[in-house]
Design a protein around this ligand. Structure first.
Ligand code: NAG
Ligand code: NAG
Ligand code: NAG
Length: 453
């Protein structure tokens, strides 16, 4: 008896040591996923494209505002967030993930504004396959898939913010969800826990077990063109980010290539630290990242914007997240959205510098300030736009990221008026050719210009 106990203690200790060793070795390894811009899959016409982008950005912004309003509210308010959910309307970057056992590959939209990771899915093997041209995850064929029961605390309470439904005819029924998108798209399915396989930079593979996954059996609408699902990277207990960063050093990073890039370039989404800043073209800068102010989004403390030497006159309340303002960084929004008063101040500052250029209103381009660049445009003479963070850190986006290529010989200011008060959103075009590292342990955001190669 004693001997058995001693043996079992020894085994437990060895197991713990092994687990710690595994955890430590994982903390030193890095997961790297390839990321591609959506346009590399099916290049749309430029005019149509910018129209799509602006529409999708605005719908997504409605969703962000609704989420904020529902924060801290009662059951009613939570349902509001539940009813909309265009979390991924305009997301632009794709990655591939490996799901289940044996692992199957899926192409997913990478979205820092979304909490749930889901894929096209069939719970049972039978039944017609309606999802043509898209990969379908057959949950019944994966030995590691576990349904989340509809009677569980997880379903009834924890996943309410992730759109779980209350219907539960029998205890064995899986927990279901129903997204209704602001643009009329919908997506329905059931929650499960599943194993994800990720490639490490050392060439090996690691398995992340027990991650929440949405098994989407149906959806409609244009939001997910070309995608098999969504990789949810928002800061939430149930997002891919929380598990992956727990396992790999508390950090993730990405580098976004130019959105108009016609080359089939890809960049990386990385979990873990290592030498992510290896290819930077200037030293990285760091600013606090607030993970609690506007959950589940990544909030930065912008306190001003300048153009050239001129500090633009914008009221401080625009940047105050405690009063309906504040700024988030989002991989799923394309253009940069500013509260009305900030938008007006920024575009008029630009207008003063662009007086020599002919303003144009190309058909189908819904952006207000567009210019003919055939004659008299010299990009290197365009003044530098700078976002000033509290504490003195500055973000100086590339000129192509705010004077955006829209059509042949047409460039537009990449800003959209977002209402008043409004959440300001630094979109993915503004983030181009920068490496962004989100440190969820230290609550910091580091960034450096990069070729993203
Ligand atoms: C890019 O795509 C083209 C075909 O579209 C292919 O021929 C070429 O090899 C690709 N280049 C790279 C670097 O992958
Ligand atoms: C840096 O860039 C080179 C190509 O220029 C590439 O081979 C290498 O993987 C990059 N390193 C990192 C850490 O991204
Ligand atoms: C653009 O401006 C820069 C800096 O003033 C100058 O060196 C360059 O020659 C200009 N390019 C053209 C095409 O005018």
């Amino acid at each position: 008896m004693e001997r058995n106990r001693a043996l079992s203690f020894l085994i437990t200790t060895i197991t713990m040591l092994l687990l710690i060793a595994v955890a430590e070795s994982k903390a030193n390894t890095v997961v790297r996923l390839e990321m591609k811009h959506r346009d590399t899959l099916s290049p749309p016409s430029p005019f149509r494209h910018i129209e799509d982008i602006k529409n999708a950005d605005q719908k997504r912004h409605v969703m962000i505002s609704k989420k904020r309003k529902s924060k801290g509210g009662g059951g009613e308010a939570v349902k509001m967030g539940l009813g909309s959910g265009i979390d991924y309307g305009a997301a632009q970057y794709f990655s591939e993930i490996m799901v289940g056992t044996p692992a199957k590959k899926f192409r997913v939209v990478v979205d820092t504004g979304s909490e749930l990771t889901w894929v096209n899915c069939r719970l049972r093997e039978k039944g017609p396959d309606k999802l043509k041209n898209r990969r379908v995850f057959r949950a019944g064929e994966s030995s590691s898939f576990r349904k989340v029961g509809c009677l569980t605390q997880t379903c009834k309470v924890d996943l309410m913010n992730l759109f779980s439904l209350a219907n539960c005819p029998t205890p064995g029924t899986p927990c279901s969800y129903d997204y209704r998108y602001a643009d009329g798209s919908t997506s329905q399915g059931v929650f499960g826990k599943e194993t994800f396989t990720v490639g490490l930079t050392n060439g090996r593979r690691a398995r992340l077990r027990g991650l929440l996954i949405g098994c989407s059996s149906s959806f409609s609408g244009n939001s997910f063109r070309g995608a098999d699902g969504v990789l949810g990277l928002a800061n939430s207990d149930y997002s891919f980010t929380s598990k992956a960063t727990n396992a790999f050093g508390g950090k993730f990073s990405y580098c976004l290539v130019d959105h108009m890039s016609t080359k089939n370039v890809s960049n990386y989404l990385t979990f873990g630290s290592a030498s992510s800043f290896a290819n930077k073209t200037a030293p990285e800068r760091t600013t606090p990242l607030d993970l609690k102010l506007i959950p589940p989004f990544y909030t930065v403390n912008v306190i001003g914007i300048s153009l050239g030497d001129e500090m633009i006159n914008i009221p401080a309340k625009v940047w105050d997240a405690n009063n309906g303002g504040g700024t988030i960084l989002d991989s799923g929004t394309s253009l940069t959205l500013l509260a009305d008063v900030a938008y007006k101040a920024v575009v008029s500052a630009f207008e003063r510098h662009l007086v020599g250029l002919k303003r144009v209103k190309p058909e189908g381009v819904p952006i207000e300030y567009c210019y003919d660049t055939k004659t008299g445009y010299n990009e290197s003479k365009l003044p530098q736009l700078t976002f000033h963070f509290k504490g003195g850190t500055r973000f100086e986006p590339h000129r192509r990221s705010y004077m955006v290529d829209t059509a042949p010989d047409v460039r537009c200011l990449g800003f959209v008026a977002a209402g008043s008060p409004a959440t300001n959103v630094i979109g993915n075009i503004m983030q181009q050719n920068y490496l962004w590292e989100f440190n969820l342990v230290a609550s910091t955001l580091s960034f450096a210009p990069s070729t993203c190669l």
